[in-house]
Design a protein around this ligand. Sequence first.
Ligand SMILES: Cc1cc2nc3c(=O)[nH]c(=O)nc-3n(C[C@H](O)[C@H](O)[C@H](O)COP(=O)(O)OP(=O)(O)OC[C@H]3O[C@@H](n4cnc5c(N)ncnc54)[C@H](O)[C@@H]3O)c2cc1C
Length: 389
Amino acid sequence: MLSFWEQQSLQKIDFVVVGAGLVGMQTALALRLRAPEARIVILERHAPPRGAGTQNAGFACFGSPGELLDDIARVGRDAALALVERRWRGLQALRARHGDAVLQIEDHCGHEVLTRDSAVDAAALEDLNSDLRHIFGDEVFRLRPDLLQRYGFGRERVAALVHTHFEAALDSGRLSLSLQRQLRAADVELLCGIEVDRLESRDRGVDVCAVDACGEEIVLHARAAALCGNAALPDLLRTLGSAATEPLPDIRPGRGQVLVTDTLPDLKFSGTFHADRGFVYFRRLGDRVLLGGGRNRDFDTESTQQRGLNESIQSFLDEYLRTVILPGAQVSISGRWSGIMAFTADKQPCVKQIAPGYVIGFACNGMGVALSAAAAEQCADCVIRAAES
Ligand SMILES: Cc1cc2nc3c(=O)[nH]c(=O)nc-3n(C[C@H](O)[C@H](O)[C@H](O)COP(=O)(O)OP(=O)(O)OC[C@H]3O[C@@H](n4cnc5c(N)ncnc54)[C@H](O)[C@@H]3O)c2cc1C
């Protein structure tokens, strides 16, 4: 049972944001710029905040050649190029907002590892480069036989390397901490350990119903709410029932798995690497290697909202590490983890008003480092409109 004061404090809120991930935190910051006097509260189920934003690989990427060719085949050339531009501008906005030193940006360049049967060849790269020139103002991808020799990858599996100086890597933990610092400076209240389990529309505003860390129910009343809970969102949206004015979005969850090695002497490469149309990725992390992906080897099992490790994918990653990245090396693994992403058919984040007072902002399609800033700006605009309508 809540006291009078507790009830009062839960009523006098302008905007509630559900989820302190990359989209949620940036949405709250974008709301602050649009409403300097507003009371803005973020509800996050994990304490400290944990989601894909702190479980990812830290690639500041916009798509490798293989992934971009795949995107073009799926969504068409114009839509795919517009998406690249959005990712590239998002990365620049992120770096400008936090600073490279804070994010521990490593400008060691990006690569794609090509196998003999890869669809990426010199002609495809030339076409891509001419399509991308108006966005980057320069040649983006180049074949680099010299690096193939230098990096020491398994020659039986690796036929060629594509290089780009436009990709970088960052420290995902520092990005989350920097966003939390900016929330404090912007006087946004971040309440952790609170899981939202029901949404209700009111004549004026919304009721966001949640359970706190002690299992007690609390109801926050606000003018409008931004729902930024990533792949967990569809279950929550169903509680809107007939209040939903738009069809619930068709979102597919996808689990990503990652491993990190112990420290290794004499690593010969640096930077970030993609393979198999972006489904496999690895990077140098200090004196370690971070390797992840492989969900395309078992799409059905990996279309899940449950975190956990899939033995066959972990075996694939182990084998890839020992035969492609570090052939012949003695390697031990220091940690493995997983995180959940949300995917749409057109690869664009899903941002729209879904019910009176409620806006959704999620589904960064596995590239939230690049796409979350723009999605958050769009989400904040929708929330302001929802509060005024
Ligand atoms: C293994 C892996 C590797 C990745 N690698 C990269 C990469 O290298 N580069 C890149 O750009 N992207 C990468 N991504 C994708 C990127 O991390 C995501 O696109 C991004 O984090 C999505 O941001 P978000 O805010 O939508 O979701 P999240 O960051 O997941 O945040 C959602 C938040 O909402 C909270 N939440 C959910 N439901 C509720 C509820 N009911 N009540 C309260 N809180 C709730 C969650 O706890 C979470 O904190 C990777 C993802 C994974 C899983």
